[in-house]
Ligand binder design. Structure first.
Ligand code: AGP
Length: 608
């Protein structure tokens, strides 16, 4: 899940590419590189590590060029080193390629080309592309045809951008599964993995479909499709958001900024949708399938990571309020198992980025099953929002930090609204929950206002090497999410467990060096959670509890308690995770880690 970009036009192409790569860096930050052509002489600059390193090299080079392509890498094939950094080239350095995705048949192609005398300098799958283009170009002497012949040979997922010394005024690009968008300018054009890299320059974008091939000059955009073998009339769309939202402002990093945007995320996810005065839930994005929704008798939620945990909360909400059986499956497992589907099944894909390859593949798997495909997505215009039949945007705004925070909260808010919608008002939870959704932003703000207490807690516990997170009912997925946050950004071993499951194994790990985060907010199951806390205490395990304001009893049971405002069990995870996000945040900061770009991770995982 790398970030790629290309530019052709009057501006300094290397500057445009570097700025674009900086905004794409959340997609991967193992190495960065670019290729450009100056007075018909190709120049490739690469650097292991962050884009900031490449920016220094480019500034020293004083290049003034009008065409360039660039890449920031998340290593899939080949170690993190200079020879594996993109762009990759052919032997005589006349063809340059940047790639996001995985070429599954790269080793076959490589062995064939090596028989033809091609020599490879890197361990990447991508390097087969410039050599294969070279192979066909030597035969056909038409770069576009050679590019298309190459695309017909490679298997897997790709967004590719290519540059050729023989054609220094043109950028070639193609997409299959991995995201790619064109930015249309005046006398200039852009291509990038996502709009955030080009929004500074234009809001006119063309979202590419699978098998699309692009020929870009500064004054023309040609899009054709390999599968349908015809030139397409590109559909130019206008980006509805500005870049302001994606900027850091006065915050030290995006993670803290996005946690502090949680009240707004809840508000925006409910705005115009939770209408207690009218005793109504309005989800405009589902209106075109409202008839089909009436006949749904099974729901399968597919997602990955944090979105999967939001789905697990959704399972409780939809089953208990709408009475429709729900299964939540990891998309990566869903994709390769056989199971029966009836037409009255709906698939709900949950995704912040809308570009997660496993989740996209899940939607493609059921493409011809005649089932309803719905999406709960944050990124506007993303692949999942365009593949699904209908859906609900989370409206949490751009989320740049790798660790998802406000998006989870917006997803659970939307899942509450969806469960109420599917209940057709029949659940007795309808009115109280609609009212509660409108009160939540202030309750979330109250937790943010008690941030110092959470920081103190993190300062006390940051030295521990292992943590257990436990919860019951909707707090179980919240415990899973809390553990994931700690793992992701502080690299501490943490496990989330259903509190009742703990004594069936995990309790064996408990001792004085293995703290437990117990989610113990007011609920009909609180006494059960108390017993689990007692079991841990009996093994000298330190316990931190998240409890509801007013619960003085729990203080006697735990080492530390973080109090949060009272809410409903359906909305409890929304408030509970804010505490655990901040706990993980402060531990990571205390350890001096880069909270926005944790090691080995990337924001949207565009490879399976
Ligand atoms: C969460 O903090 C991680 N970034 C990761 O688990 C993420 O939730 C997962 O990759 C799914 O991403 P999506 O919501 O964009 O599909």
């Amino acid at each position: 899940m790398c970030g790629i970009i290309g530019y052709i036009g009057p501006l300094s192409a290397t500057d445009v590419v570097i700025e674009g790569l900086e905004s794409l860096e959340y997609r991967g930050y193992d190495s960065a590189g670019l290729a450009t052509i100056e007075k018909n002489k190709p120049i490739v600059l690469k650097q292991v590590g962050r884009v900031s390193g490449l920016r220094k090299i480019v500034e020293q080079s004083k290049l003034k060029t009008t065409i360039a392509i660039g890449h920031t890498r998340w290593a899939t094939h080949g170690g993190v080193n200079l020879k594996n950094a993109h762009p990759h080239t052919n032997l005589d350095n006349t063809i340059f390629v940047v790639h996001n995705g995985i070429i599954e048949n790269a080793s076959d192609i490589r062995s064939k080309l090596e028989i033809d005398g091609y020599r490879f300098v890197s361990d990447t799958d991508t390097e087969v592309v410039p050599h294969l283009i070279d192979y066909y170009f030597k035969q056909i002497d038409d770069f576009k045809a050679a590019f298309e012949a190459t695309l017909r040979d490679i298997k897997g997922a790709y967004s590719l951008v290519a540059l050729s010394q023989s054609d220094p005024e043109t950028i070639y690009a193609a997409r299959l599964s991995s995201p790619l968008v064109i930015g249309v300018g005046e006398d200039e054009n852009f291509i990038a993995s996502d709009p955030s890299a080009i929004i500074e320059h234009t809001k006119k974008v063309i979202y590419l479909d699978d098998y699309d091939v692009v020929v870009l000059t500064k004054s023309s955009v040609e899009v054709s499709n390999l599968k349908h073998d015809k030139t397409k009339k590109p559909n130019i769309e206008l980006l509805e958001y500005d870049n302001e939202q994606a900027l850091l402002g006065d915050y030290p990093n995006f993670m803290l900024k996005e946690i502090f945007e949680t009240p707004a995320a809840i508000r925006n996810a409910s705005l115009g949708r939770a209408l207690p005065d009218k005793n109504l839930v309005k989800l405009g994005g589902l209106e075109n399938v409202s008839e089909q929704l009436k006949y749904i008798d099974r729901i399968v939620i597919v997602a990955m990571g944090t979105s999967y945990y939001a789905g697990l909360v959704g399972e409780y909400l939809i089953e208990e309020m709408a009475g429709i059986p729900v299964e939540v499956q990891l998309a990566s497992e869903f994709n390769y198992r056989d199971e029966p589907f009836s037409r009255s099944t709906a698939i709900i894909a949950i995704s912040q980025s809308g570009e997660t390859a496993d989740t996209i593949a899940a939607l493609k798997k059921v493409e011809d099953y005649g089932v309803l495909r719905l999406g709960i997505v944050n990124a506007v215009g993303s692949s999942i929002s365009r593949i699904t039949d209908a859906g609900v945007y989370c409206h949490a705004g751009p989320e740049k930090a790798v660790a998802s925070t406000k998006a989870f909260v917006a997803q659970v808010t939307v899942l509450n609204l969806l469960a109420l919608k599917l209940s057709e008002g029949k659940t007795k939870r309808f009115k109280p929950l609609l009212n509660e959704l409108l009160l939540l932003p202030d309750k979330a703000q109250a937790i943010l206002d008690s941030i110092d207490d959470i920081k103190k807690l993190a300062d006390k516990y940051y030295g521990y090497r292992d943590f257990l997170y436990i919860g019951r009912h909707t707090s179980f997925p919240a415990a899973l999410e809390g553990a994931l946050k700690l793992k992701e950004i502080s690299y501490i071993h943490a496990e989330g467990y259903a509190a009742g499951e703990m004594k069936h194994g995990p309790i064996a790990m408990i001792d004085k060096d293995f703290p437990t985060f117990a989610i113990a907010t007011d609920s009909p199951l609180l006494d059960k959670t108390y017993s689990n806390i007692q079991e841990i205490r009996a093994r000298c395990g330190p316990v931190i509890a998240i409890a509801t304001i007013g619960n003085s009893e729990i203080k006697k049971l735990c080492d530390d308690v973080i109090y949060i405002p009272k809410t409903e069990t359906e909305t409890d995870p929304i408030l509970q995770v804010i505490v655990m996000q901040l706990f993980a945040y402060f531990i990571s900061m205390k350890k001096g880690f880069d909270v926005d770009k944790p090691r080995n991770l990337a924001k949207s995982v565009t490879v399976e």
